[in-house]
Design a binder for this molecule. Structure first.
Ligand code: AMP
Length: 123
């Protein structure tokens, strides 16, 4: 797959506000935060989209959630709560093709996360 900006962050070719790292994942604050706390957890292995996750990647994907929960506990928002979401392809809002878990916290979030006329379109 083509190298993305996230590979450059992993390799320290460009700077990022890194908040956590282990053998499997890296977490850094989102450059355009959508909540008081908004960071991304990415695998060090580049995987373009959710659709490209192979069975042997299952542990890596689990590591994203383990890191998110660890950071939430360390930073005191595990109990108040947070949203962990991964976008896939254009309709999912994905812009960087290296899978990443968005972790958003620090304010109550609504559901559904968008407004549309879907109910009116249904037969
Ligand atoms: P997505 O649209 O789901 O692919 O999310 C990509 C996210 O990466 C967006 O929230 C961007 O603000 C964020 N982003 C892009 N470049 C950087 C960067 N250099 N450092 C931190 N976050 C970034």
């Amino acid at each position: 797959m083509a190298e993305t900006i996230f590979t450059k962050i992993i390799n320290r070719d460009i700077p990022a506000d890194i908040i956590y790292e282990n053998d499997h994942v890296l977490a850094f604050n989102d450059i355009n935060p959508q909540a008081p706390t908004h960071f991304l957890v990415i695998p060090k292995k580049p995987i373009a989209t959710i659709n490209d996750i192979e069975p042997e990647d299952a542990e890596i994907v689990g590591q994203l959630y383990l890191a998110a929960a660890h950071i939430a506990k360390q930073n005191g928002f595990a109990e108040s709560g947070y949203r962990a979401v991964m976008n896939c392809n254009p309709d999912g809002g994905q812009t960087v093709y290296h899978i990443h878990l968005h972790v958003l916290a620090g304010k109550p979030m609504g559901w559904p996360p968008y407004q549309n006329n879907l109910k009116q379109q249904l037969p």
